[in-house]
Write a protein that binds this ligand. Structure first.
Ligand SMILES: [Fe+2]
Length: 385
């Protein structure tokens, strides 16, 4: 072991029913007079929004400014507009509320506050000063964006999504309040939950030395397996909702290691056909696990144990097969279709998708290397499962 590893888990996470009340502490700690609440246009109709705004109004009566213009795939224009609202409102801190898009835009907005005349991609990522304080409040349990340090923003000038990040972009505080996810419908609960599962499984098997993340990934797998079917069956099950929020944050902490081929396969399915990210992951994860089994059987055997399978007396390969079966079974229990064909994906579209999946960097961390041809084969498998 000659390489120097870096292990960091710095986010201050507050978890529990009603945890949104820590906004008061957030305000006190950073002496905020006038924060900007950043969210997407779909959120103001939700109960989660109402609950958080009520809390913000209690802490900053009439002074919490709102920006509700973040798009599902946020652009640099969204960040620009949020920044304008921030400046016009005389704001001094950020509350990001929503799914991954809103939290990504909120994180990027803080760069713009620090460097108003610099384009997002030209920010001095290696020497960022401390940014204005941010509290991240997720309303889904999947992306784990609240503990992330990067943003995915579509840059209009280059016409594609760019991923950029740095340690100071992490939120100062993340608030996991199960009451804010009870309104998620069963399908989105299942899809976002399987995104968390895919993060944990891909992070665990990716060949980066990080035993601390590995432990977190294994517990996240165990928790998703236990609580996702419950949250799916009964959206008001606050214990299951809460445990899914924690598992999602853990999955995202674990993938500071990296991800894998399922995410590379899933990204073009979302960008080309609008298939929800977690749904695409849930389907693609199965062929990727079968493909990786050859090199990751021992890790998959441990994953099988997290699914409650007694692997005593089994070879690693047998136990790995059980892990794949367990993912298939979980998908079935939470209403996830077993193939991409069921989502309308056609064989003739697969070569184009495989080309884009190969350009996506996630598969470079996959334990078994993938060529474009391998990714095409994996898509074919995902189509016919
Ligand atoms: Fe993901």
């Amino acid at each position: 072991m000659t390489e120097i590893s870096q292990f960091r888990f710095p986010t201050d996470i507050r978890f529990g029913v009603g945890a949104r009340s820590v906004l008061a502490e957030f305000g006190r700690k950073y002496k905020l007079r006038q924060p900007l609440l950043v969210t997407d246009s779909g959120l103001p109709q939700t109960e989660a929004f109402r609950l958080v705004v009520k809390e913000a109004d209690r802490v900053w009566p009439g002074r919490c400014v709102q920006f509700t213009g973040v798009h599902a795939n946020p652009t640099d224009q969204d960040v620009e507009d949020a920044w304008r609202a921030y400046v016009q409102g005389g704001c001094d801190g950020v509350i990001g509320l929503g799914g991954g898009s809103a939290l990504d835009a909120a994180r990027a907005l803080r760069l713009k506050v620090a460097f108003p005349n610099t384009a997002l991609l030209d920010m001095p990522f290696n020497e960022l000063p401390p940014l204005v304080p941010m509290c991240a409040i997720p309303t889904t349990a999947g992306t784990g964006s609240e503990v992330g340090r990067s943003s995915v923003i579509t840059i209009r000038k280059i016409g594609r999504k760019a991923v950029f990040g740095a340690q100071p972009m992490m939120a100062e505080m993340a608030v996991l309040d199960p009451e804010l996810t009870v309104g998620l419908p069963p399908n989105l609960t299942a899809w976002t939950g399987m995104d968390a599962m895919t993060h944990a499984i891909e992070a665990f098997v990716c060949p980066v030395f990080h035993p601390m993340c590995d432990a977190i990934a294994l517990e996240a797998i165990h928790m998703v397996r236990l609580y996702l079917p419950r949250a799916y069956a009964d959206g008001n099950d606050l214990e299951a909702r809460g445990m899914m929020q924690v598992a999602a944050a853990m999955g995202a902490v674990a993938f500071q290691k990296d991800l894998g081929a399922a995410h590379s396969l899933s990204h073009p399915l979302s960008s080309e056909f609008g298939i929800q990210h977690g749904l695409a992951n849930a389907i693609c994860l199965v062929p990727v696990m079968k493909y990786n089994k050859e090199v990751s059987a021992a890790q998959y055997a441990r994953i099988a144990q997290c699914f409650g399978i007694n692997t005593f007396g089994m070879s690693d390969t047998e136990a790995a097969d059980k892990a794949v079966e367990a993912v298939v079974e979980l998908n079935g229990r939470i209403g996830i279709p077993s193939s991409l064909a069921e989502l309308g994906i056609k064989e003739s579209q697969l070569p184009m998708l495989a080309k884009k999946a190969f350009e996506d960097p996630c598969h470079t961390a996959n334990p078994r290397p993938c060529t474009e041809k391998d990714l095409l084969m994996l898509y074919r498998e995902a189509c016919k499962q």
